[in-house]
Design a protein around this ligand. Structure first.
Ligand code: TSJ
Length: 644
């Protein structure tokens, strides 16, 4: 892994560039950390940890500790060389002080010096300092302990030697407290940090990352350490699936200054779960590195299948999609100067990355397939099955496309549409069961609320091939009702309702049905969720009656609050709703559908850990019962990472 260290550039206190002050950061924090929401808050931690990861990549650090302290302050410690304390002559200050008080300080933007991680996001320590109420740094270097404190970006006194330590004891410790004047949210979420830190550990083979929480009543700790790196990442992502072959395929190499690592393994599902990273940062929109990988994969498998007569002369070549069906893969590259493109700057543009990944993967995958003919054959045969299914699906889809073209907008028969035609005003309730659907139709406000009842459990799209999915009545009904089309036909401007509301019973079955629907939407029209159009209705759990007055409680806490208020005595009548069907239309309207009184939860996806969402869906939808039961028991809100 030493390939990325720039051994020629000698790091020194003078090499740090000075650009501008930190006021700019406090004025426009969003420019530097994306947002001042919870996401930006967590981003501060990653910015700091990135520096320790760089030290690990350079080969000088193997342990990083992150701790959430009592007041939602964060402590990050590593056992690296320690940030340099010598005087930087341009600034006339110790290098460490420059790192924390000058924007863009560090080798990152100057070339040479250090740097691997970061890239787009790596704006660094000074930004974190500027956005912290206070920050303290402690460096152990050559037997001395150095300390400095800053408040809102400014040092409160010069760097001082605060004590002594063993000569071998080196490292950096940073404690910071995010500024409540800047952030809308200042409470850290352990599970959010856990996901990203685990990902960093997978991506940085061998490094040990410890995470702990010291907040009262929330104490816990974990350690992430993967000697197998991204190979173990793939195993982890496939943990609830059946692997098609035992060993994860792994390729590694360097070309044209691009360090390439790829790990992959097929499983019994039908989705392509490929995640790409540049300098440890996820690239949800892919880019040249992903294109290089896909090209190599398609080329290599077709060449193998032809040479070994798995594909006959007149057979159609395998498409990339066929080969990637049911494949989990990590593509991780490290590059000196990543260029990001696209609207959200999440797509890699460097052209040398395409060639580097293509060449490393082609060469090593060809060799692997020759050495492992049984695995090669299994993948080729799965791809051939996928090819046939895709052909069948195309025919089924052409049929539905033609039909809609002929009949224009023929909406599903079960849909009770609304009369308003402006999507902004319109909402559609997807309702579990015909009987609840009936109540909802009676209760609704006809102008703006449409009702689509679905019978029983909808098809599990995780467990079905496309031809079957396109043939499914409930799924077809949703697709035509929404109006957007799916996959490459998807067009958000055709969306017929700006609120898609999933309404199911408030029990385990209802949660399962909601998840089936969310899975379908996530796989076929993810933009609906990403752009915030999808909601969960929240029906009440209890009805409380006393002296002809009625209250509804949406959870046990609320029930107890109401009972405390009205007094716990024999006049209370408490009804626990078992399902939507037990409510009459008026009650359903009042408690769950009336925009003035109902509770809606918007479904959101956290982009930064897309790989975890996949696990969530497979855990909930897959064959293995035990992980699902554990998962549901462990998650009161039935989906983790779907921050509902
Ligand atoms: F972000 C940060 F600056 F606040 C920070 C940096 C926070 C933490 C927890 C650790 C670090 C950090 C920096 N750990 N290790 C380093 N290493 C250096 O800055 C370093 C040390 C020596 C040399 C050298 O060439 O001698 C070069 C570098 C970059």
């Amino acid at each position: 892994m030493g390939t990325m260290t720039n051994t020629n550039a000698e790091y020194g206190a003078d090499q740090i560039q000075i650009l501008e002050g930190l006021e700019a950061v406090r004025k426009r924090p969003g420019m530097y950390i994306g947002s001042t929401s919870s996401r930006g808050l967590h981003h501060l931690v990653y910015e700091i940890v990135d520096n320790s990861i760089d030290e690990a990549l350079a080969g000088y650090c193997d342990t990083i500790e992150v701790c959430i302290l009592k007041d939602n302050c964060i402590q990050v410690t590593d056992n690296g060389r320690g940030i340099p304390v010598g005087i930087n002559h341009k600034a006339g200050l110790p290098a460490v002080e420059v790192v924390f008080t000058v924007l863009h300080a560090g080798g990152k933007f100057g070339g040479g010096g250090y740097k691997v991680s970061g890239g787009l996001h790596g704006v660094g320590a000074s930004v974190v300092n500027a956005l912290s109420k206070w920050l303290e740094v402690e460096i152990r270097h050559e037997g001395k302990i150095y300390q400095q404190r800053y408040e809102r970006g400014n040092s409160t006194s010069p760097l001082k030697v605060a004590g002594e330590c063993g000569k071998e004891e080196t490292g950096t410790k940073v404690v910071f407290c995010p500024d409540g004047e800047i952030f809308e949210e200042t409470v850290y979420e352990y599970s959010v940090l856990r996901q990203r830190l685990r990902e960093m550990a997978f991506l940085t083979r061998g490094v040990r990352i410890k995470l702990s929480d010291e907040r009262e009543g929330m104490e816990r700790e974990e350690e992430f350490h993967y000697e197998g790196g991204i190979r173990e990442f793939v195993t982890y992502l496939n943990k609830n699936k059946e692997a098609l072959y035992e060993n994860v395929i792994y390729c590694e190499g360097e070309k044209d200054g691009v360090y390439v690592e790829v790990a992959m393994q097929h499983n019994d599902s039908y989705n392509d779960a490929t995640y790409s990273f540049v300098n440890n940062i996820t690239t949800p929109e892919g880019g040249t590195h992903l294109a290089g990988f896909r090209n190599a994969l398609t080329k290599t498998f077709n060449a193998y299948a032809k040479a070994n007569k798995i594909l006959k002369e007149n057979d159609a070549t395998l498409s990339g999609e066929d080969i990637r069906e049911g494949m989990t893969a990590i593509v991780s590259i490290k590059i000196q100067e990543p260029q990001f493109e696209g609207q959200t700057k999440q797509k890699l543009g460097n052209s040398e990355a395409r060639g580097a990944v293509d060449s490393v993967v082609s060469e090593q995958l060809t060799y692997f397939l020759e050495q492992n003919p049984a695995v090669a054959k299994a993948i080729c045969e799965k791809s051939l099955l996928a090819q046939r299914a895709r052909e069948a699906a195309r025919k089924a889809r052409d049929l539905t496309r033609r039909k809609t073209a002929l009949e224009n907008t023929s909406l599903p028969g079960k849909l009770a549409d609304c009369s308003d035609k402006d999507p902004k005003n319109c909402e559609i309730f997807i309702v579990e069961g015909d009987s609840a659907g009936g109540s909802a139709k009676t209760a609704r406000s006809r102008a703006t609320q449409a009702i689509l009842p679905l019978r029983g459990k909808i098809l599990n799209v995780e467990k079905a091939r496309l031809d079957k999915i396109y043939g499914n009545a409930e799924i077809k009904a949703m697709i035509t009702a929404f109006g957007t089309g799916i996959h490459e036909d998807f067009d958000i401007s055709k969306l017929r309702y700006h609120k898609i509301i999933i309404m199911t019973d408030a029990d385990v079955d209802g949660a399962h049905i909601s998840t089936l629907m969310l899975t379908f939407m996530y796989r076929f029209m993810p933009e609906l969720i990403k752009q915030g159009y999808v909601y969960l209705a929240k029906p009440p759990l209890y009805k409380i009656e006393k002296n002809k007055k009625v209250w509804y409680a949406y959870d046990d806490i609320e029930l107890n609050r109401i009972l405390a208020e009205i007094g716990r005595d024999g006049n209370n009548k408490i009804q626990r709703y078992k399902g939507l069907g037990e409510m009459d239309p008026e009650q359903l309207w009042e408690t769950t559908m009336d925009p003035d009184t109902r509770i809606l939860e918007r479904v959101t996806i956290n982009d930064e850990t897309a790989s975890e969402i996949d696990i969530t869906f497979t855990t909930l939808m897959g064959d293995k019962v035990e992980p699902r039961r554990e998962f549901i028991e462990a998650n009161a809100k039935f989906v983790q990472n779907l921050d509902v």
